[in-house]
Design a protein around this ligand. Structure first.
Ligand SMILES: NC(=O)c1ccc[n+]([C@@H]2O[C@H](COP(=O)([O-])OP(=O)(O)OC[C@H]3O[C@@H](n4cnc5c(N)ncnc54)[C@H](OP(=O)(O)O)[C@@H]3O)[C@@H](O)[C@H]2O)c1
Length: 472
């Protein structure tokens, strides 16, 4: 991989037109923020937003993206011109990735998008691990299919970045390579995966349920069970991982000659440095455990303290995406497919036992958090327990919800150690290493994270600030 020149990244994005799906989501908005910050002279950003019409899409973008604190540096920089800057650069597209051409009704807009778009970042997904199978299939699997088909209609397309997850690897112990899936591949030798058959199974089950006049609650429950059963049959831990893996299979095997990047982040946490440390949105993955402990709701949770927990700050994921886009755009490379694991377990591992110690330290250094405490247990040191059950510290009425949550989390926190190899990502890092400002501005080196400092002084305060309402 050739070395970079100091302004090459900014130059690359100058005048470019990018489509981003999942624009109201946590990761995509950190990507959009950084692109607009490093290169205000991009030509256009088409942001796909789930909405009934353009007006609602614009409103959502202003309320859920540009109005957020994440964009405060941009707002300060542009002052009263921020709105006009956005109107010039950003097109809100009311759309749904589960539909052909995203279900956009305005044909003139579709044609214009086909004509303009050079880069696609597909981040939209349902990230619920136990999602309904029909919803996860149409969003995570068919969403990838529809977005790739959209890309194929864009003659100027240079690169397609598909955001996947490192956990498509399943639960089996070991060093996981950055390798693509073959179409139909499963994680169990005994099964064969046919995506069309899975779709038919969903349609058939829905038909039967409707014929029986099943109510929405029953349909949801059966669709969740169906997803879990199919994931289990084919060797994945949950519906999310199965449908994300099928999304990968589709883009990998149907990309034609479009340069494809599949980025597989692990658990994404709050920003490390940019646009400022600690920004986060929503409570996902291990953050659920942190938040429940800080609230005083739990003092233990399912988990093996000896396993390595792979977590990565959001800005590092974004930086890696930006560098990968540049490197893999048509003009720069002959590689037609590259997979990147974006995580920390190989180069800067942290054990759950260390995480639990830092959680406790945070509580002791921030005693005001005790106002959240609903029980004396709040003052106990937090422990991850491999055999944790819902009976541990919960009253009867809360146990069934907790049991469901524990079952969802168990594979991620107790399975034998999984380490994500990141040779490809390391090559990307090496490409920017010698260029001082690029290396600094687009850092995604996990070795630069001091876990204790980051969790204590950046991520935990960010979580408290953005996802809990502190009771002082
Ligand atoms: N967060 C993590 O820890 C993590 C880890 C590994 C990989 N990832 C991957 O990273 C990507 C982004 O995740 P995230 O954390 O940013 O998720 P997120 O905050 O839940 O955002 C998901 C986005 O997808 C959109 N979306 C869902 N269904 C859609 C549809 N049918 N049509 C159009 N848009 C739709 C959502 O729109 P609405 O606002 O309308 O719901 C939202 O903007 C995903 O592909 C995920 O699999 C995330």
């Amino acid at each position: 991989m050739a070395e970079f020149r100091s302004n090459e990244v900014e130059e690359y994005f100058k005048g470019k037109t990018i489509l981003v799906t999942g624009a109201t989501g946590f990761l995509a908005k950190t990507f959009v923020e950084k692109i607009l910050r490093i290169q205000p002279n991009i030509k256009r950003l088409y942001l796909v937003v789930r909405a009934s019409n353009t007006h609602v899409a614009i409103q959502r973008l202003h309320a859920e993206v540009f109005g957020k604190e994440l964009f405060k540096i941009q707002r300060d920089k542009w002052g009263e011109n921020f709105s006009s800057f956005l109107s010039e650069k950003v097109v809100a597209v009311a759309a749904d990735v589960s539909l052909h051409n995203f279900g956009i009704r305005d044909q003139t807009l579709v044609e214009k998008m086909f004509e303009d778009i050079e880069i696609i970042v597909h981040s939209a997904a349902t990230t619920r691990w136990d999602e309904r199978y029909d919803v996860a299939m149409s969003t995570n699997t068919m969403g990838a299919y529809n977005t790739l088909n959209f890309a194929k209609m864009c003659p100027r397309i240079q690169v397609f970045l598909h955001v996947s997850t490192a956990y498509v690897c399943g639960e089996e112990k070991g060093l996981k390579p950055e390798e693509p899936f073959q179409m139909g591949q499963t994680l169990k030798g005994s099964s064969k995966l046919d995506i069309n058959l899975e779709k038919k199974l969903i349609e058939q089950t829905l038909c039967e349920l409707h014929a029986q006049n099943a109510n929405e609650k029953t349909i949801t429950s059966i669709m969740k069970e169906l997803g879990a059963a199919r994931a289990n049959l084919h060797g994945w831990q949950d519906t999310y991982a199965l449908t994300k893996a099928m999304g990968e299979m589709i883009v990998t095997n149907m990309k034609g000659n479009i340069p494809l990047i599949i980025t597989r982040p692990t658990a994404i946490l709050g920003t490390h440095l940019e646009p400022f440390p600690g920004w986060i949105e929503g409570v996902r993955t291990i953050d659920f455990v942190f938040v429940e402990y800080f609230k005083g709701a739990i003092t233990s949770f399912v988990g093996d303290p000896n396993i390595t927990m792979d977590m990565i700050p959001a800005d590092m994921v974004t930086n890696s995406m930006i560098i990968a886009l540049m490197v893999h755009s048509k003009n720069h490379t002959s590689d037609n497919l590259m997979i990147y694991h974006i995580g920390t377990s190989l180069r800067n591992p942290i054990k759950l036992s260390d995480v639990q110690d830092i959680m406790h330290l945070y509580i002791t250094k921030n005693p005001w958090l005790k106002n959240y405490g609903k029980s004396k247990a709040f003052f106990k040191k937090f422990t991850f327990l491999p055999n944790y059950t819902e009976d541990h510290e919960f009253p009867q009425h809360k146990r069934s919800r907790l049991k469901r949550i524990i079952n969802i989390y168990r594979p991620y926190f107790t399975e034998p150690e999984i380490i994500f190899d990141d040779k490809n990502t390391e090559k990307l890092r090496m490409a920017i290493k010698g260029v001082d400002n690029v290396n600094r501005e687009f850092n995604f080196d996990p070795r630069s994270i001091d876990w204790k400092e980051y969790l204590m002084n950046v991520h935990f305060p960010g979580l408290v600030k953005y996802t809990m309402q502190p009771k002082m």
